[in-house]
Design a protein around this ligand. Structure first.
Ligand SMILES: Nc1ncnc2c1ncn2[C@@H]1O[C@H](COP(=O)(O)OP(=O)(O)OP(=O)(O)O)[C@@H](O)[C@H]1O
Ligand SMILES: [Mg+2]
Length: 253
């Protein structure tokens, strides 16, 4: 690959597959149980992602849509390096800020202050930067009163506010967002949307997983439609959404 290609694409996924095992309890008689004590469960393969290939350009807002269980979060976790793909490769250019799922990376037994310190450090903030950003993180989340409350006593909306505030205050080139806005209230959603506009102006790359097709249509240049772990459509957002909505409206035989 030449240097120009490296500079232009933010993410390349090539032939990415991931299979999980679904355990099943096998019906056994008492006799079978005693004859084969170690052979009581069978496993079924669940192909969560099958041969996924796509490229996200630098500065692009890229949507990932599809029904529940179609592999969206699994794909994002592979991009973030949380899961390793069974086959295929992922190349990510630039600094990553993953905001994957509610609660990932948080220790609920610790206070918000302690969690911000730990997460900020893990995401690459120096002590000085952390000191500088600390108030901004709580101000954006509007959680200044709750700095010393343990996260186990936070509501899910409060958690999402804090997690999003941390994710966007660390320096990043590529932001991965999984269902962020679903939990926040209207006012917070609009606040997040305002940050999207800023990121676009700054040339950041965003991968946005959502079941909220209106916001995908509003922000994403292109979208990827997953169905049962496969790429069903990839292209300009309006076309991909039309394909998804059209398929949902088709009569089932
Ligand atoms: N850690 C895991 N272990 C086993 N199976 C998993 C794991 N993570 C995901 N799966 C399976 O992979 C499939 C895809 O799940 P995934 O969470 O990626 O779906 P999704 O598209 O994000 O769905 P949703 O819209 O509900 O968030 C599902 O069948 C799920 O059961
Ligand atoms: Mg998901």
């Amino acid at each position: 690959m030449d240097a120009a290609t490296v500079r232009e694409s933010a993410i390349e996924a090539l032939g990415v597959s991931k299979t999980f095992a679904i355990p099943h309890e096998r019906r056994t008689t008492f006799k079978e149980y005693f004859l084969h004590p170690l052979r009581r469960s069978a496993e079924e393969e669940n192909r969560a992602l099958a041969d996924i290939t796509f490229t996200v350009e630098r500065g692009e807002f890229f949507g990932v849509i599809g029904p529940n269980g179609s592999g969206k979060s699994t794909l994002l976790k592979i991009l973030a390096g949380i899961y390793r793909p069974d086959t295929g490769v992922v190349r990510l250019h630039g600094q990553l800020s993953p905001f994957i799922e509610l609660g990932v990376g948080f220790n609920v037994e610790l206070t918000a202050r302690e969690n911000v310190r730990i997460n900020g450090t893990l995401l690459g903030l120096t002590r000085g930067q952390l000191r500088e950003q600390f108030d901004d993180i709580f101000a954006f989340a509007e959680l200044e009163r709750f700095v010393d409350q343990k996260l186990k006593n936070f509501s899910s909306g409060m958690l999402v506010r804090l997690a999003y505030s941390i994710a966007i205050q660390v320096p990043f080139d590529v932001l991965l967002l999984d269902e962020v806005l679903a939990v926040g209230d209207q006012a917070f959603q609009e606040k997040c949307f305002a940050t999207f506009d800023r990121f676009r102006a700054e040339g950041k790359t965003i991968v946005f997983v959502s079941n909220d097709l209106d916001s995908v249509a509003r922000f994403c240049d292109r979208a990827l439609l997953l169905r049962a772990g496969r790429v069903e459509a990839l292209g300009p957002t309006p076309e991909v959404i039309e394909e998804y909505v059209g398929a949902a409206l088709e009569p089932t035989q």
